[in-house]
Design a protein around this ligand. Structure first.
Ligand code: HEC
Ligand code: HEC
Length: 328
């Protein structure tokens, strides 16, 4: 009897070790980085700047920010140098948004153009690992070739900053499950046509990561039935903000907003973006990239509005500043 037990136990251990080894050795689906050289033309650098600075707000995660001021502006000299996500975000591990300046040792200065493109759109690190999908690569997947090339051209113009961060460490079993998130690029992605407003709006919403913040999770994944319904909470020590419902529900979302009101809401923050934003207490804390998105051209905001209005309305009343009623 004893012997049978021992054998059974041994078998379980071998199976468990085998399973663990298998989980470790499993590679995310990926393709080799494209062998390309991106011409850093002036128009590309300008377009890349628009994507980095305004629409996609790469600074939001990759730069040091001053949350004592409204909107958390970037601290001078610390642009793109990388940050660690605070524990309060409740992430499964210690997640680093890496240094993406052209520093050769601690940034991405020695990466090839193809490697950077692959990281942004396909979520594969230089060493072939799956990036933690808080980096919005599932949304950036639909970014056109020309736009992602423009981002690379712009990134290469940033001042290099030497700042070494610890490597991302993800808890078990999440590191295993995220290996299934990356998908290699299927085909070249064409530039969207701004004249097709709903499609252009969808393109901008993906590149802007709006759904990432405005959709709450169910079972650790964005809840498809609650897309744009808000209610995702973001916390920092002593601070909390909850994303708003931007689905077209008339009572709890933006269903009654006119395009003009939508544009005006963003325009409210233009002066802060231009002149620096004021000091705020916890009642004014927000992660909504108002400082960045207020600079979107009216055509782009209009296309975003058109797309959002065409989505299914979801009833979900949200208090965006819990404890500070009436605060907008
Ligand atoms: C919501 C936060 C967030 C936003 C927004 C974001 N990133 Fe990231 N990014 C991350 C995190 C976190 C990682 C690393 C994940 C990991 O280590 O598993 C990452 C990884 C990367 C990498 C790979 C770097 C390396 O050393 O592995 C590149 C390149 C990158 N991001 C570029 C960008 C660009 C360009 C933008 C804007 C278009 C952007 N990111 C927007 C969070 C973000
Ligand atoms: C990093 C997270 C984040 C991203 C990305 C983000 N939002 Fe938000 N958004 C928030 C939060 C949090 C709030 C609520 C607090 C506030 O209004 O400042 C909010 C509020 C809003 C509001 C105000 C709604 C109201 O009822 O007052 C609008 C409109 C909005 N977001 C639209 C967008 C659009 C469009 C995008 C994409 C282009 C976007 N957001 C991207 C986090 C985000």
């Amino acid at each position: 009897m004893r012997k049978v037990l021992k054998i059974a136990l041994g078998a379980i251990l071998v199976l468990a070790a085998g399973g663990y080894a298998f989980m470790h050795s499993k590679k995310p689906a990926s393709a080799p980085p494209a062998d390309i050289t991106i011409e850093p033309s002036e128009s590309r650098v300008a377009r890349g700047k628009y994507l980095y600075e305004t629409l996609s707000d790469c600074d939001g995660c990759h730069s040091m920010r001053d949350f004592s001021r409204f909107g958390g502006p970037v601290v001078a000299g610390h642009k793109a140098e990388g940050t660690m996500f605070p524990k309060e975000f409740g992430l499964p591990g210690d997640i680093a948004a890496p240094n993406i300046t052209p520093d050769r040792e601690t940034g991405i200065g020695s990466w090839s153009d193809g490697e950077i493109v692959r990281a942004i759109r396909e979520g594969i690190g230089r060493d072939g690992r799956a990036l933690f999908p808080i980096m919005p690569y599932p949304a950036y997947r639909s970014m056109s070739d020309e736009d992602v090339y423009s981002l690379v051209a712009y990134l290469r113009t940033l001042p290099p900053v030497k700042n070494r961060l610890p490597q991302t460490r993800i808890d078990f079993p999440v590191w295993f499950f995220i290996k299934s998130v990356p998908r290699p690029a299927a085909a070249p992605v064409p530039q969207p046509d701004p004249a097709n407003r709903p499609m252009y709006g969808e393109y901008l919403v993906e590149a802007g990561g709006c759904a990432d913040c405005h959709t709450p999770d169910a079972n650790g994944r964005p809840d498809p039935k609650m897309r744009f319904a808000g209610g995702r909470a973001f916390t920092l020590p002593g601070l909390i903000v909850v994303s708003a419902n931007i689905s077209p529900d008339p009572e709890t979302g933006i269903g009654r907003w006119t395009e003009r009101q939508f544009l005006e809401k963003f325009a409210e923050y233009k002066l802060y973006a231009a002149n620096g934003s004021p000091k705020v207490g916890p009642e004014g804390f927000t992660l909504m990239p108002w400082l960045k998105l207020s600079q979107l051209p009216a055509e782009d905001l209009g296309a975003i509005f058109t797309y959002l209005k065409a989505q299914p309305p979801v009833k979900n009343a949200v208090e965006t500043h819990p404890g500070y009623p009436g605060q907008k």
